[in-house]
Design a protein around this ligand. Sequence first.
Ligand code: T4K
Length: 374
Amino acid sequence: MDKIYVTKPSLPPMDEYIEYVKKIWDTDILTNFGPVHEEFRKQLSEFLQTDLCMPTCNGHFALEMLIQALGVKGEVITTPFTFASTIHAIVRSGCTPVFCDIKATDCTIDPEKIEELITDKTVAILPVHVYGFPCDVEKIEKIAKKHGLKVIYDAAHAFGVEIGSKSISHYGDGSIYSFHATKAFNTIEGGCAVASDKETGIRLYQLINFGIMDEERVEYVGANAKMNEFEAAMGICNLRHFHDDVIKRKVLHDIYKEKLSHIAGVSLLNPDCKDVKRNYSYCPVIVDERIVGKTRDDVYNCLTEQGIYARKYFFPIANEFTCYREKGYKGNTPIAHSISERVLTLPLYSDLTSENVIRICDILENYLGRQDVL
Ligand code: T4K
């Protein structure tokens, strides 16, 4: 049996990519905002409904650059239920993370718990649209306005997600996406930062290229966070197929939903996202040991023995990382802790066959048993 990983990159037909590789050979421009980059940026702007978006070398640097472009320095309220990048970006930018707990329904920041963490040092809220599930953007905005805080969204998982036909990147003062190979939309490595105002957009553009203004002027302590021509070419090609990929993911997600509803001790994390266009980027499930006496790790091991490599996104939570647990960062996060011990993300990608989804569910059913659905 072939191994099945949690994800597999979407690759366009090779001919489509080669066509762009030839263009790169013709121009001799490999990076530094070349013509393919420019073409991709325009397409991205259209897709995201904004001119203020900048492709970057990855999602992590997009976040660092955005934090810097917005002048954020101080305490930043975020959640620990995320990939290492979110917290590393805050810390590497000289800010202090303050950890807010999450909602059990969708694993995004719990807005009811934000205000109690605000101090006179708080400068920003940095929520994560984890698994592509939108945060409670309206409530977060109200809190931010009331206390004069910036809002930066880590939308690494949320490319293509819209709320009421509006791109999710239009909320807050800025957002970032990841276009890493493992994401629903990839440019090999890559990402993008989106600003909500022109001034931040221009600063982002400058910061991404070392803060260089022109040949004789360097105004900001920027970095090299540029996307190169080969990555931009992959972006152009993959963008053409993104819509179809999401449809394929939804079909597979719906099979999981139906099959898992009959299996004891495991439930699909599938929040009721009203008025939301989803991207089905991950398939997180929660294992309930109390029902079948099997832990998340038991289920993980059972799948691994069958060549199915699910992942524990996100375990451990960031405030329990070796590099952070002794730092004394503020915030109690019992729900995030509890979910991180019970969550498992099952394989989901556009090339996965429905037969394999059924096989994964059958393995789970054999191991955990059936439950009656009302
Ligand atoms: N914020 C959030 C919330 C994020 O989740 C991330 C990244 C970021 C920010 C930062 O964005 P980037 O700077 O990365 O653009 C992966 C990704 O590397 C990472 O991008 C992602 N989040 C995170 C959730 O997942 P790993 O360490 O789990 O990846 P890895 O290499 O174990 O890949 C998972 C599986 O995918 C493999 O078992 C096999 C398959 N795979 C992977 C690669 C790289 C392939 O089939 N082909 C491939 O080329 O972190």
